[in-house]
Design a protein around this ligand. Structure first.
Ligand code: UD1
Ligand code: CA
Length: 474
């Protein structure tokens, strides 16, 4: 090879029938990314000139993801001839006529394969001058995988698919990982000669290796030591196993980076999450999407946070949070529900049984108990009384409430938006606030209380309440 070019083909055109799902197999998520996303991230990290995902089944569900997140790749469409061999043949059509070099083939359903492993395969492939180099693993339970048949001298001789294997071949525990490096010219030539003479009636990529051997070039079969790297996902049992293993590895990496995780078995961290040193995660914590948590914060138990930014020394207990920002030293929970657009200022508090949405809450302000705060802005160091509802919806449109700084609102208020409560204002308990309250004023619209003397003695004469009242009056 005069000039070393590299192309990476990612197989993702299969039907994935064993998943029994309306979602394409490779779009099933592990650690917050579709399996295909993990594989494309690895493929693009190899620095290849061409990354070529091959798609066909439910392509309208795959295309937006690929185009949105990996705009530099070249999508190839498989035609109606089935099989991994045909998929690669279609992928090669994307390459220019004069392409020469190595072609890596990986699968969208082998999500844990890492850059390092592929790079070392490429190194061995190029230095040995092999026509093809493939990855193998020894599995205790090899069922479903293609088996590696070796000659008496231990050299690679063929791959037999599970459904085409004889009883003796089924005993082989060394399997084909489905990851290959080919010499482009050899691959192209071999693909034209392979047929569909197998139980599935498909054009198998695995047959290419045998064709390359026949043409006199060497085929290297390299065994991995970390079997998880090549674990394939064909059904939901395997999806769970691979997902649990990846989560375990993510938790271990964060622990080594200075995060305390009390129970990794019940802590789930997406691959996209960022954590600082001295963050503590208590059992039942789920961190999703583009979430970041700064130093010293304690999260959990039983907390789910998605796409949110959490500052330093924050405490969050038994709560659900998405699309929110929580500044330093703030506290949330237990039992809070922070919906998108919530911004809790430094040292602020969102307490027990409180729901917020599209609410900017200033530094030091507190909403401690039993409230709904939607479409609102609250200044600094205000206190919202227990059981307050921000009535933001008139049945047709949403309206905004502005609460100033150092406001003290009474318990059981309703703020009927749009409305403005000035700085330093108070509102009385039980007030339905329908008019703006100017700075420093007390807003109240509660009718004066009237006690009807002896009403119970008169109207509920036979009750225990009447009896108790009579006694109290003696
Ligand atoms: C394949 C290998 C098997 C290996 C295993 C490792 C073949 C014939 N068999 O089997 O030796 O042990 O992977 O995981 O290659 N695909 C297409 N177009 C198709 C069919 C499949 O793009 O027409 C894609 C699928 O979307 C998938 C990948 O190729 O991402 C592998 O296909 P799958 O049907 O899962 O192959 P296995 O039976 O697992
Ligand atoms: Ca597979």
């Amino acid at each position: 090879m005069s000039e070393q070019h590299l192309a990476v083909v990612v197989l993702a055109a299969g039907e994935g029938t064993r998943m029994r799902s309306a979602t394409p197999k490779v779009m099933h998520e592990i650690a917050g990314l579709p399996m295909l996303g993990h594989v494309l991230a690895t493929a693009t990290a190899l620095g290849a000139q061409y990354v070529i995902p091959v798609i066909r089944h439910e392509k309208e569900l795959l295309e937006p993801h690929i185009e949105g997140f990996y705009p530099t790749v070249h999508i190839s469409h498989q035609d109606d001839i089935p099989g991994t061999g045909r998929a690669v043949e279609c992928a090669l059509n994307v390459l220019p006529e004069d392409f020469s070099g190595a072609v890596v083939v990986t699968s969208g359903d082998v999500p844990l394969l890492d850059v390092q492993t592929i790079e070392s395969m490429i190194d061995v492939h190029l230095s040995s001058g092999a026509g093809a180099t493939l990855l193998t693993a020894v599995f205790e339970d090899p069922s479903g995988y293609g088996r590696i048949v070796r000659s008496d001298s231990g050299m690679f001789s063929s791959i037999v698919e599970h459904r085409d294997a004889t009883d003796a071949e089924l005993e082989i525990t060394e399997v084909n990982a489905g990851v290959y490096v080919f010499d482009h010219a050899e691959l192209k030539k071999a693909l034209t000669t392979i047929g569909t003479h197998n139980a599935a009636g498909e054009k198998y990529l695995t047959d290419v290796a045998v064709e390359i051997l026949k043409s006199g070039r060497e085929v290297q079969a390299l065994q991995v030591s970390d079997n998880w790297l090549v674990a394939g996902v064909n059904n939901r049992v395997q999806l769970q196993q691979v997902s649990a293993e990846l989560n375990k590895r993510i938790c271990e990496a964060w622990m080594l980076a200075g995060v305390t995780i009390v129970d990794p078995q019940t802590t789930f961290i997406d691959i996209t999450v960022m954590l600082a040193e001295d963050v503590t995660l208590l059992p039942g914590t789920h961190l999703r999407g583009l979430t970041t948590i700064s130093r010293g914060s304690v999260i959990g138990p039983e907390v789910t946070i998605a796409d949110s930014r959490v500052g330093e020394n924050v405490s969050i207990v038994k709560s659900q949070i998405s699309g929110s920002v929580i500044e330093d030293e703030a506290t949330v929970g237990p039992f809070s529900y922070l919906r998108p657009g919530t911004h809790l200022g430094a040292g602020g508090k969102i307490g027990t049984f409180v729901e917020t949405k599209n609410a900017v809450i200033g530094a030091g302000s507190k909403i401690p108990h039993l409230s709904y705060v939607g479409d609102a802005s609250i200044g600094v160091e205000s206190n919202i009384g227990a059981g307050t509802i921000f009535a933001n919806y008139d049945g047709v449109s949403k309206h905004h409430t502005v609460i100033g700084s150092h406001v003290r609102s009474g318990s059981h208020n309703v703020f009927v938006a749009p409305i403005v409560i000035g700085d330093g204002a108070y509102t009385a308990a039980g007030t339905v606030v329908r008019k703006d309250v100017e700075p420093g004023a007390l807003g109240m619209n509660v009718a004066p209380q009237r006690n009807l003397a002896d009403w119970v003695l008169d109207k509920r004469a036979t009750t225990k309440s009447a009896e108790a009242a009579k006694k109290a009056k003696e």
